[in-house]
Design a protein around this ligand. Structure first.
Ligand code: SAH
Length: 395
């Protein structure tokens, strides 16, 4: 195995068990090593520190597989790590065969670049780094060894792969073929998911705790559910006793799926699905002086990179302002950010500024984050990305 050396002083993050090594920290940063190959990471004195995957195209030149430099990265290694990740989900009570969960969450499960969502007996795999791609076959075979997995579908079509010079790929990978539609059960609700065509791997398991909270608070409420996707929050709200729900999303197929999910759960109550731009729609509702008892705002990542910080923050604030404006007295706003660049303190400040602009007083009654199958690894704070605030009007 090739030995790679760090610039003096750049071993500090490794000592704190952070698995990312940027090109600027690597002496041989232009070494002719094939993408994804395993290398030994040494300090400037040639002392081995870790084992990682080489990614020649990415600024993130090495992702560490193991902080034990004597470890071999082979089938056994992936068996152990995957078993560990599965065990955690089992402990969390998330292995219900009719349900689903995130089985492997990349760095948080010490498997950088590997994401696996389980839909019933099928796994949907996303490989996002050169190292993950290198071990694709072993990872797929190891997943198929799990007694509760009978087929694997690949959704390695996320644009982040371009940073690693990896082509986008989606399709059947191993075992039984994924049916076009799968129904997963969560808290007594059924959700139809289409992992081959949906966003990400098809369903947002990270919002499970948020769905629960919204269900608890929805009784008797007229709900405005913006960026509804396939209606997870709409079903949760009806299950909690909401009297009406207005959903909106720019994706027509997502809204069709939303409609089917509402029907599947027998929610024949009052709902509307609007296909369009939420930013425009909220302004239209504002001009009509429409009022709701609960407004949910769950936009896509509005800060995709550091350069979009200012613009993204303004968009979050704009949404919060409009959301607060549309609340009837005593109403509740649930606003979210899934941008990794956002932090809880800043999100609260933005939400506060939105309330100020809307001319309302509000108080936070709950804070939401990604569900436990997307844990935040303490040594890798970047694994935290989902902020949610539940605020209630106080006058
Ligand atoms: N709340 C959803 C997940 C939202 S994901 C859930 O519970 O599952 C973000 C959604 O925003 C996607 O469905 C995407 O189609 C939609 N979207 C993105 N930009 C939009 C815009 N400007 N107006 C309306 N919808 C938009």
């Amino acid at each position: 195995m090739t030995r790679i050396h760090l610039v003096k002083g750049r071993e500090k993050s490794l000592q704190r068990k952070h698995p990312w090594i940027f090109d600027g920290a690597v002496k041989e940063k232009n070494a002719a090593i094939p993408a994804g190959e395993t290398v030994v990471v040494c300090d400037h004195n040639d002392n081995p520190l870790a084992i990682g995957a080489w990614s020649p195209a990415s600024q993130l030149r090495i992702r560490v597989w193991s902080f034990d430099p004597s470890e071999t990265i082979d089938r056994e290694f992936f068996r152990r790590r995957i078993a560990q990740a599965v065990k955690m989900r089992e402990n969390l009570g998330l292995l219900d065969p009719d349900g689903g969960c995130r089985l492997i969450y990349s760095e948080s499960d010490l498997l950088p670049g590997i994401i696996v969502d389980r839909y019933g007996e099928f796994a949907v795999l996303q490989l996002l780094s050169a190292g993950a791609e290198f071990f694709r076959d072993i990872i797929a075979q190891t997943l198929l060894e799990l007694p509760f997995i009978k087929g694997i579908f690949e959704r390695s079509d996320s644009p982040v792969r371009q940073k690693e010079a990896l082509a986008l790929r989606a399709g059947h990978l191993a075992g039984e073929t994924l049916p076009e539609k799968i129904i997963v059960r969560e808290n007594g609700l059924d959700f139809e998911v289409n992992p081959a065509a949906g966003q990400k791997t098809g369903f947002y398991f990270d919002l499970r705790s948020a769905r629960e909270k919204i269900r608890q608070l929805a009784a008797g409420k007229r709900v405005l559910n913006m960026f509804s996707y396939t209606g997870g929050f709409a079903c949760a709200a009806f299950a909690g006793g909401a009297v009406s729900v207005v959903n909106a999303d720019s994706s027509a197929p997502a809204l069709e799926q939303c409609q089917r999910n509402l029907e599947l759960n027998g929610f024949t109550g009052s709902y509307r699905n609007i296909c369009g731009d939420v930013f425009k729609l909220l302004r239209k509702f504002e001009s009509e002086n429409a009022k709701f008892d609960m407004v949910i705002l769950d936009p896509p990542k509005l800060i995709p990179g550091k350069s979009a910080m200012m613009r993204g923050c303004r968009a979050y604030q704009d949404l919060a302002r409009l959301g607060f404006k549309l609340l009837a007295p005593g109403g509740i706003l649930c606003n979210f950010s899934c941008s990794g660049a956002m932090n809880p303190e800043l999100f609260q400040k933005i939400t506060a500024d939105g309330a100020l602009e809307a001319g309302v007083n509000a108080a936070v009654i709950a804070r939401l984050e990604q569900a436990p199958d997307h844990p935040t690894l303490l040594s890798v704070p970047e694994t935290f990305y989902l902020n949610g605030l539940v605020s209630i009007l106080t006058d």
